[in-house]
Design a protein around this ligand. Structure first.
Ligand code: 13P
Length: 249
């Protein structure tokens, strides 16, 4: 399987001009990266601007969040149908930064279910806020999966990817990333739980790693960590780092 390399720009950059420069850099790098499926998740306001123009076959756009309804009275909401119409093919669901704003498992499940039904590929984010010696954090991940996976349309499960992002490893306040060995344990755990919840597809579910990925650790996560791909925040905002990461993958 090709590695899935996903950029989550979060609430960056500020201008259309910068967004276009970052996108063009991805486009250039994508051309030489045959073993990679690249997905750029910009803020939704930039999607339509970026989608216009030529695009290599391994470069896709995604969105960072969506409403749990296709349309209706939801001020400020953006529906999965709208995102699809302006070029998104992937959707991040349940990112820890959305969960921190109050999004619960039921809402995450509703968003993932609708997005799959409406033709988007879903990247479901799971991860614990802290790791403890006794392995309690595994229960957190198990609960996050159990709340969502059984609710998804079975026929669309081939369009589901899980991203394991331990919250303690995310963003500028993180002291470290997970280790490749630590991630591999999580990947196997996630697949085992998923196969209990949704059967055979769960055993082969692609699992990405996210949290302080950079040029220095990308190769280790893909080789020793056996990650099916990576979800990259800060390092995807620097043209130099991002281009290097694409080359390394
Ligand atoms: P960083 O790569 O900045 O730690 O962010 C990870 C993340 O949250 C990607 O979704």
């Amino acid at each position: 399987m090709k590695k899935l390399l996903v950029a989550n720009w979060k609430m960056n950059p500020i201008t259309v001009l910068e967004a276009r420069q970052l996108w063009l850099a991805s486009r250039r790098a994508a051309k030489g990266a045959r073993n990679v499926q690249l997905v750029i998740c910009p803020p939704a306001v930039f999607l339509q601007i970026l989608v216009s123009g030529e695009r290599p076959a391994n470069l896709w756009l995604g969105a960072q969040d969506a409403a749990a309804a296709a349309s209706g009275a939801e001020t400020g909401g953006i529906s999965p149908s709208m995102l699809r119409d302006v070029g998104a093919r992937y959707l991040l669901v349940g990112h820890s930064e959305r969960r921190a704003l109050g999004e619960d498992d039921a809402l995450v499940a509703a968003k993932a279910r609708l997005a799959l039904r409406l033709g988007l590929r879903v990247i479901l984010c799971v991860g614990e806020t802290k790791r403890d010696e006794r392995g309690e954090y595994l229960k957190v991940i198990q609960a996050q999966l159990a709340a969502v996976l059984p609710k998804l349309p079975r026929a669309m499960l081939g369009h589901l990817v899980v991203a394991y992002e331990p919250v303690w490893a995310i963003g500028a306040q993180a002291t470290e990333s997970d280790t490749p060995a630590g991630f591999l344990e999580q990947k196997l755990f996630i697949r085992r739980v998923a196969s209990q919840l949704i059967g055979r597809v769960g055993r082969h579910l692609p699992v990405l790693y996210g949290g302080s990925v950079d040029e220095l650790n990308v190769a280790d996560f893909l080789t020793a960590g056996e990650a099916d791909g990576l979800l990259v925040g800060r390092a995807s905002l620097s043209i130099k780092s991002w281009t290097k990461i694409i080359q390394l993958v």
